[in-house]
Design a protein around this ligand. Structure first.
Ligand code: ZN
Length: 118
């Protein structure tokens, strides 16, 4: 049900930016640490988008690999390596460098002329 809440957040954000124009495509950046199931997100998006400017819009999801970063030396590595110590300096002061994204990257809307003629 995590995906339902995320879908509502997407639709709210996009509707705000669309300013009444019909949305054709919504592009998302989703970090793998978010553990979002793309098909489930798409399903709930379609459901939540009903009766909004997002109805019928295509949802594009760009999955971002999870990466960690060592704060002192700035080395980054993929989280597949089962170590929370920096491979370069051995330090343990590490942070998530990528993989916890969940953001609307861009939206596409219909031409403004379609709106003006209404
Ligand atoms: Zn380091």
């Amino acid at each position: 049900m995590h995906e339902l809440a995320l879908s509502s957040a997407i639709v709210n954000t996009v509707c705000k930016h669309a300013e009444g124009r019909r949305v054709t495509t919504v592009s998302l950046r989703v970090g793998k640490l978010r553990q979002v199931i793309p098909d489930t997100l798409e399903f709930y998006f379609g459901f939540v988008a009903r009766d909004t400017v997002c109805e019928g819009a295509r949802l594009e999801q760009e999955l971002i690999e999870a990466r960690l970063r060592c704060r002192p030396c700035a080395r980054e590595w993929d989280i597949e390596i089962p170590a929370f110590r920096c491979p370069t300096c051995g330090g343990s002061e590490v942070e998530i460098a990528a993989g916890d994204e969940f953001e609307v990257e861009s939206i596409e809307v219909e031409e403004a002329t379609c709106i003006a003629s209404r």
